[in-house]
Design a protein. Structure first.
Length: 364
């Protein structure tokens, strides 16, 4: 079986779906059970992209085509399927997100669904963008032979808003890299760490407001680090952050080595998100032995199990729990061990193997 995978977001994006796509491509390239071949699209820096692709995969066939990123979404909806034309040998296509799905392919199609934010919280990304994503999701669900949801929560939300998805869904959790681990050479610092794109869904204002209600001694001792690129509608987030002064540090995007070190430096990890299709930073933090506190919403309990402190979306609850976790070394030690155990349940290799089972179901 020749499986064609569109790996474009794996070389164009660093976080979220880009991270998932990179690991999907890398793991599939190493499996002997399938013949994985890859399609990438890019207009700029093609020599650099080619080098990056070759670092990601070795001894696998791939095509790199010149398609402007802003055109691709509409081109992949054309009646003529360009992926089929460019790679006719492919038996099955896997689109790592709704935007890589060739909507008129003649081949079986698997599509990964990451979250249902456009349906649940359209205001957080803007109605125009959310409307386009909703329309695309509905078209993809109709076309796809199988839908991979990255959590049970995403699957339940998908069926709620697009009932025709029922019967097509497989649950395949994400994983965490082996390099996310405790580092003995990194010295702990008084840091409350949060990781993710800076946008409204991440709900960072809740963390800021809760921190400002902590006893002055703790406020003087600790600093909040925010790791992640700027996203959208972030002016209000930075506005609230101004009250923290030098007690907050925006670190921007960090590469994996820097990110692992940040997890290891921090005292605790805070994840006040309003909604997650999965929540990769939770796994990364636990795999590094970092005690974790998060909102008890969407897929978050599914990922952390009983290893994290789960809260309602309330400033008072967050303030009290931050206070407890920052002052109780025994509690942090117990949560550290629980988190390490929980994170071991999720690997990218397991993700790839379960994804291949989905391909096999179609070929039967």
């Amino acid at each position: 079986m020749i499986v064609g995978i569109d790996g474009t977001r794996g070389i164009n994006e660093k976080a979220g779906i880009g991270r998932y796509t990179r690991h999907l491509v890398n793991e599939m390239a190493q499996l002997d059970s399938i013949d994985a071949q890859f399609l990438f699209t890019a207009m700029r820096n093609k020599k650099e992209k080619t080098r990056e692709i070759k670092r990601l995969i070795s001894n696998c066939q791939f095509r790199l085509k010149s398609i402007p990123g802003e055109w691709k979404n509409s081109i992949w909806g054309w009646p003529m399927s360009l992926p089929d034309y460019w790679m006719p040998q492919v038996d099955l296509w896997h689109a790592p997100s709704i935007w890589e799905a060739p909507l008129h392919t003649r081949k079986p199609l698997v599509v990964t669904i990451h979250d249902m934010t456009p349906f649940l919280f359209p205001q957080l990304r803007g109605e125009k963008v959310s409307k386009n994503q909703r329309k695309r999701t509905i078209r993809v669900v109709k076309k796809a032979d199988r839908l991979i949801c990255i959590s049970h929560t995403t699957a339940e939300d998908l069926i709620k808003f697009v009932p025709t998805a029922k019967g097509k869904i497989a649950i395949v959790h994400l994983g965490v890299e082996e390099n996310f681990q405790p580092l003995n050479y990194v010295k702990k610092e008084n840091i409350i760490l949060a990781v993710g794109t800076i946008e409204p869904r991440k709900n960072l204002q809740l963390l800021f407001k809760a921190f400002l209600k902590l006893p002055k001694k703790l406020q003087d001792e600790y600093q909040i680090w925010i790791v992640g690129a700027r996203g959208w509608f972030d002016n209000q987030i930075f506005g609230v952050a101004e009250a923290l002064g030098d007690r907050i540090k925006f670190c921007g995007f960090l590469n994996d080595r820097e990110l692992v070190e940040a997890y290891n430096k921090a005292t605790i990890f805070a994840f006040p998100s309003l909604y997650e299709g999965f929540g990769l930073p939770l796994l990364e933090a636990m795999a590094c032995g970092l005690p974790t506190i998060a909102n008890n919403v969407s897929s978050i309990p599914e990922v952390v199990g009983d290893a994290a402190m789960l809260l309602t979306n309330d400033v008072g609850r967050w303030q009290a729990s931050l206070n407890r976790l920052l002052t109780d070394t025994s509690l942090r030690a117990n949560m550290r061990h629980a988190g390490l155990r929980q994170a071991k349940k999720f690997t990218w290799k397991k993700m790839a193997e379960e994804t291949v089972k989905v391909y096999d179901e179609i070929q039967r």
